[in-house]
Design a protein around this ligand. Structure first.
Ligand SMILES: NC(=O)c1ccc[n+]([C@@H]2O[C@H](COP(=O)([O-])OP(=O)(O)OC[C@H]3O[C@@H](n4cnc5c(N)ncnc54)[C@H](OP(=O)(O)O)[C@@H]3O)[C@@H](O)[C@H]2O)c1
Length: 249
């Protein structure tokens, strides 16, 4: 993928990996549109990168999703890259949490259904433009789950599986379907307590962009490559290892 001259929608571009993507892609002379729930965080991003277009949208809300799609189609008809990055995680004890099902529905809506909705509704527009690419952000946890995340790993494993299917079903189209699997990255996601092994957002995004330049279909960043291999040959060991990772105190 040519890393300049694209029109890119990054969901969840107001924090962490999305914000770093926004920074590096603006720097490389792309038109970047970001969305997120918090207007304050979007405005803070805009103050850092005035060229960025911001759209407030809660991806869990179908109506807001429709409005986002409509705005993007009408105002940015040259869009050729969609980066499905926004996600949340509920770190809960499933049986012990009263509204666990509500939390699961919300997490599935944001992490899995919203990317599908955006892909379905923006596909034709993307396809009409030069060098279209649909990029899905997942995690090494698609290979083995963390036991404190009852829904997150499942939503991302579903997205991983869907991405593989979509790539096959659209293989004769010009749209590229890319998945980026990140290891732990030190972002606000971890609420000030990232795992010791977490890499910086700068490093994570630089590796992602290198993979995109090489036109890789699956970009396994950092230790995800190793986790993939271990999970294939020693799944029990991979499960134990992933669940022994300590956070910074
Ligand atoms: N950090 C890690 O260790 C790590 C590891 C592997 C994969 N990942 C993946 O990387 C991606 C980005 O994570 P991050 O670490 O950068 O997280 P982050 O700092 O928490 O950022 C998440 C972004 O998503 C937005 N978002 C959340 N819910 C939304 C909703 N309902 N509608 C619209 N926007 C929403 C947030 O903005 P608002 O809160 O304002 O909505 C924010 O901009 C996620 O897909 C995550 O699964 C992260």
């Amino acid at each position: 993928m040519n890393l300049s001259g694209n029109t890119i929608l990054i969901t969840g571009g107001s924090s962490g990996i999305g914000l770093e993507l926004c920074k590096q892609l603006v720097h490389k002379k792309n038109t970047v549109i970001i969305c997120g729930r918090s207007l304050e965080k979007l405005q803070e991003a805009k103050s850092q990168f005035p060229e960025v277009e911001i759209i407030q949208c809660d991806l869990a809300d179908k109506k807001q999703c429709e409005e986002l799609i409509h705005r993007v189609k009408s105002n940015y008809s040259k869009i050729n890259v969609l980066i499905n990055n926004a996600a949340i995680v509920n770190k809960i004890d499933f049986i012990g949490t009263e509204n666990a099902l509500e939390m699961a529905e919300n997490e599935i809506a944001i992490n899995f259904l919203a990317p599908l909705n955006l892909i379905k509704e923006l596909y034709t527009t993307l396809q009409q433009n030069l060098h279209p690419n649909i990029i899905t952000i997942t995690t090494g946890l698609v290979y083995t789950p963390r036991t404190d995340y009852p829904f997150y790993c499942g939503t991302k494993a579903a997205l991983h599986s869907f991405t593989q299917v979509l790539r096959k079903q659209t293989e004769n189209d010009k749209v590229k379907i890319t998945e980026v699997l990140f290891p732990s990255v030190s972002t606000p996601w971890h609420k000030g307590n990232p795992p010791k092994m977490a890499i910086s957002p700068e490093k994570a995004v630089s590796q992602m962009l290198k993979g995109l330049e090489k036109e890789k279909a699956e970009i396994k960043v950092g230790k995800v490559k190793l986790l993939y291999i271990i999970s294939r040959f020693a799944p029990g060991f991979a499960f134990k290892k992933v669940n022994s990772i300590q956070n910074e105190q």
